[in-house]
Design a protein around this ligand. Structure first.
Ligand code: NAD
Length: 491
């Protein structure tokens, strides 16, 4: 496998020849050494993507031809799914089973957009109110797109951006997280093998600043699509303002999970765990903020404590592991600081809170599954995105109070609630201010439904038809069938 960047159809170590070691977060071992790009490398990639776009070699192809290549890329992902899943687990620490689900989803995402493009990009007549005229709505690709993705779902998040951009006719420069670049390198190899024209798919590697920053700042980039944290999102918004480029932002979340007393108790307990501990809580939509009705609170928390304590922590590649490590030493430090803040602010620690004592896990970046009760919405651990295996529990006594607590956040990515009452299901689903609301479930997503955040969880939507529209401009073409002088300014 390559370890370089892919710019204008060629693999390159970059102008400075710098490298970065990639670490397995479960063992601390170096698993690869890859190119570390600089600002000039990003500029080279932008040049390549700009030239390819402006030449029309890609945007000028019939949609069916673009879709065929995107479909072929989906097939290639399926063929290489096991290899990609293994790379993803070694790079992120998540269980191999979770990475396999990701790869199946990714193949489906390429197929979905390949299928959608032809019908959804067709010209549409517009009813013109003016006699002897004709109006048409034409959809065209936005242009050169910078695509910056995070480390938690490296290839999944990249595919949400790649597939719609490519079918739309855009050219792309992908910038994976510098700590998890391996599957992005591998899919670029697959794209090269499938035969995308030179300069259509480009890959740059390296730190957010300068490599990603250049994408956000460049006046020759037409759109920046970013998935990552809120602080980086704000920086990117400002950088993008230089040429008023389009922005699509998928940011963080602090996602409530409300348990009403009439919920199916065992399923709600099970999903309170599923909502948080997959990928050690490093999920933007993790339901880390549990809000439980008074009358069942104590029984619910007791059962949750028992279950949290029994979660099998281990290496992602090992059979039987249910939760892997955090992504890095630095990130573990951040999560541990949140746990310390919970204790300092008066939350009651019922499970976890430390590092596992298993001697075989000492070199990895593990934190125990952690449960805090007696929490309030004033605590930092309740308000801010921890991005780790930590659940906090608050209690409520009325539906109104539950909704008010859940909405009391700057974020608005996703929320779930559990109740058997159909009328309450309708009321609460409407009252919650989040981009996705789950009733009696948690963390379900699929390619047909849009994904994105209210409030500070982002701007725009990925997936679904909305995910394609991010990459399209709409043009109104107006034709006068009988032009004649108006003579307003005299004859
Ligand atoms: P991050 O913001 O630190 O980094 C994300 C990407 O941005 C990386 O590729 C990084 O190199 C790049 N970057 C950093 N500084 C930059 C700059 N100044 N200019 C341009 N690019 C820059 O986020 P992370 O720690 O990799 O990912 C975790 C965050 O991602 C969490 O907040 C999580 O909620 C969020 N996330 C959101 C979604 C969603 O769908 N809403 C999905 C996954 C992750």
């Amino acid at each position: 496998m390559h370890s370089e960047m892919f710019i204008g159809g060629a693999w390159t170590a970059g102008r400075q020849g710098a490298t970065r070691d990639i670490v397995n977060p479960g063992t601390g071992e170096i698993i690869a050494t890859v190119a570390e790009g600089c600002r000039e490398d990003t500029q080279d990639a932008i040049d390549a993507a700009r030239t390819a776009f402006d030449s029309g070699i890609w945007s000028g192809l019939p949609v069916a031809e673009r879709s065929a290549l995107v479909l072929a890329l989906g097939d290639a992902v399926e063929t290489h799914a096991e290899e990609l899943a293994t790379l993803e687990s070694l790079d992120t620490g998540k269980t191999l089973e979770e990475s396999r689900w990701d790869m199946a989803d990714i193949a489906g995402i390429f197929r979905y957009y390949a299928d959608m493009a032809e019908k959804d990009m067709a010209d549409e007549p517009i009813d013109s109110p003016i006699d002897n005229t004709q109006s048409t709505l034409v959809r065209e690709p936005v242009g050169v797109c910078g695509q910056i993705s995070p480390w938690n779902y490296p290839l999944l998040q990249a595919s949400w951006k790649m597939a719609p951009a490519l079918v739309a006719g855009c050219t792309i420069i992908m910038k994976p997280s510098e700590i998890t670049p391996l599957t992005a390198i591998r899919i670029t190899e697959l794209a090269e093998a499938v035969g995308f024209p030179r300069g259509v798919v480009n890959l740059v590697l390296g730190a957010g600043n300068p490599v990603g920053a250049e994408l956000a700042e460049s006046h020759r980039v037409d759109l920046i699509s970013f998935t990552g944290g809120i602080e980086t999102g704000r920086t990117i918004m400002q950088a993008a303002s230089g040429n008023a480029k389009k922005i699509a932002l998928e940011l963080g979340g602090k996602n409530p999970n409300i348990i009403f007393a009439d919920a199916d108790f065992d399923t709600a307990v099970d999903y309170a765990l599923n909502g948080v501990f997959f990928h050690a809580g490093q999920i933007c939509s993790a339901g880390t903020r549990l809000i439980v009705e008074d009358t069942i609170h104590d029984a619910f928390v007791a059962e949750l404590t028992r279950r949290v304590r029994s979660i099998k922590v281990g290496l992602g590649m090992e059979e039987g592991t249910r939760m892997g490590p955090l992504i890095s030493e630095q990130h573990r430090g951040k999560v541990e600081a949140f746990i310390a803040s919970g204790l300092a602010e008066g939350a009651t620690l019922l499970a976890g809170g430390g590092r596992p004592d298993d001697p075989s896990l000492q070199d990895g970046f593990f934190v125990e599954p952690t449960l805090f009760a007696d929490c309030t919405s004033a605590m930092r651990v309740v308000r801010e995105e921890v991005f780790g295996p930590v659940i906090t529990v608050e209690r409520f006594s009325s539906e109104q109070e539950a909704v008010a607590l859940a909405n009391d956040t700057n974020y608005g990515l996703s929320a779930g609630f559990w109740t058997a009452d159909p009328e309450r299901q309708q009321r609460v689903a409407r009252a919650l201010r989040f981009g996705t609301v789950w009733i009696n479930d948690f963390n379900v997503y699929f390619v047909q439904a849009p994904w994105g955040g209210y409030k500070q969880s982002g701007i725009g939507r990925e997936l679904g038809r909305a995910g394609l529209e991010e990459y399209l401009e709409t043009k109104h073409v107006f034709r006068n069938l009988q032009p004649k002088p108006l003579l307003w300014f005299g004859g």
